[in-house]
Design a protein around this ligand. Structure first.
Ligand code: ADP
Length: 413
């Protein structure tokens, strides 16, 4: 089945068509600057004619979807003859709150339940909903599925997701840890188990999703029991431009010392912090940081060392949380490609009886590889994530076995 995967931002829309028989994308692209001026980039991956970019007015997401569907069915550049060849649409939704513990077939109840938790992701969920509405208008008879970044982490127990602040903040405002990148954590932990000829229920796995945004998760016997991101993606690791864990008193302290508002400090912690800040505003891209470090730049050295140290501390915490670990996976842009940053993390893992094949590590970029030695007590893998394929797989499963979503209001403890 061909599945259209949609990832809608407030002014952008990324798409892929995945053929679930081959598990490969046959077309992909991006609509940008929606509502500003507009541009569409489209690539037919079957005939490999390369990217086509066209600047064209895109007033809203509905127009963006109509351009995507026109490109996909175009007689010259298209990959399908008619829209009937798209069996279903999978939508990436950032926040499912406590309403969604798994992917669901979209109906009006689902749309209302996504809207209900939109306050938790005010920049993302409304954009995601716009994408759903636009697709429903253009393809009213095609089944659609919502796949949530938060759903996989809903198995976390209260001891992992509750913040130790007065309970009313949870009861009244649902302030708790949710976690993100769930589609990737689920995909990698499930696929690595398959690769090892096991089921996820047999393994304790730590997934390190290390991209520009980054998170670690502890997956015990197929269920996520903890993850490093919290109410928002700001908590946890040092990221490209996010600070990760921080004494919350820093916010009030900075407010007292400067004229910055809480909002401005939030923006600073999300957009001007992380390795970008520690490197002296050099770059958030790890390739630039390594180049500078090798040229003797001390700030770049600090940024990379602090980043790796934080990842290693989370791995240690999750070994404790699961009372052991069988497999550690590195994934996403940095985890898959940055051999040297991975090596910085390994320095801290010797106590686990981990032995790394350094040559193999240095050669491995963007492909599945077991980079620990056979005698290592814990297996260490580079395991590329594929969030679009994961969304397509979830969508296919729900189209084949439809289950209607039932909205149940979870009672706050
Ligand atoms: P996100 O999805 O959060 O934007 P990605 O998972 O795409 O992030 O990761 C992007 C980051 O991966 C880049 O900012 C860069 O730091 C890093 N990266 C990508 N390729 C390489 C590479 N070959 N070597 C080192 N770092 C890389």
């Amino acid at each position: 089945m061909n599945i259209l995967v949609i990832n809608c931002g407030s002014s952008s829309l990324k798409f892929q068509v995945i053929d679930t028989d081959t598990q490969k994308a046959i077309a992909k692209g991006l609509c940008e600057r929606i509502g500003i001026d507009g541009a569409i980039t489209y690539e037919n991956l079957r005939n490999k004619t390369g990217k086509i970019k066209e600047n064209t007015r895109i007033d809203d997401h509905k127009k963006a979807i109509s351009l995507v569907l026109a490109a996909l069915t175009d007689s010259k550049t298209g990959v399908i003859r008619s829209l009937s060849e798209i069996g279903a649409v999978g939508h990436r939704i950032v926040h499912g709150g406590e309403n969604f513990t798994k992917s669901v077939l979209i109906d009006n109840d689902v749309i209302n339940a996504i809207r209900e938790v939109s306050e938790l992701a005010p920049l993302h969920n409304p954009a995601n909903l716009t994408g759903i509405e636009a697709c429903r208008a253009m393809m009213p008879n095609t089944p659609m599925v919502a796949v949530f970044d938060t759903a996989f982490h809903q198995t976390m127990p209260p001891k992992a997701y509750m913040y130790a602040i007065p309970l009313n903040y949870y009861k009244d405002y649902k302030i708790r840890r949710y976690g993100f990148h769930g589609t990737s954590h689920k995909f990698v932990s499930t696929e690595v188990a398959k690769y090892l000829g096991k089921t996820p229920e047999e393994l304790k796995t730590i997934v390190c999703h290390l991209g520009n945004g980054a998170s670690v998760s502890a997956v015990q016997y197929g269920k996520c029991i903890d993850t490093s991101m919290g109410l928002t993606p700001l908590e946890g690791l040092i990221m490209g431009t996010r600070c990760g864990d921080l004494d919350p008193a820093v916010v009030d302290y900075i407010m007292g010392k400067t004229n910055m508002s809480a909002y401005e400090i939030d923006q600073m912690m999300n957009k001007d912090s992380g390795v970008y800040a520690l490197s002296g505003n050099l770059s958030s891209d790890f390739r630039d940081l390594w180049k500078a470090r090798e040229e003797g730049n001390k700030n770049a050295e600090l940024a990379l060392d602090a980043w790796a140290y934080r990842v290693a501390k989370y791995i240690g915490a999750y070994v404790a949380a699961m009372n052991g670990v069988d497999v550690i996976c590195f994934t996403a842009g940095v985890g898959e490609n940055d051999t040297k940053s991975r090596a910085l993390i390994y320095q801290y893992l010797g106590y686990l009886g981990i032995e790394i094949d350094e040559e193999k590590n240095a050669k491995t970029r963007g492909e599945i590889a077991e980079i620990s030695k056979p005698e290592s007590k814990v297996k260490v893998f580079v395991f590329p994530t594929n969030e679009e394929l994961a969304i397509a797989q979830e969508t296919l499963a729900l189209v084949q076995c439809p289950v209607k979503y039932k909205h149940t209001k979870k009672k706050a403890e």
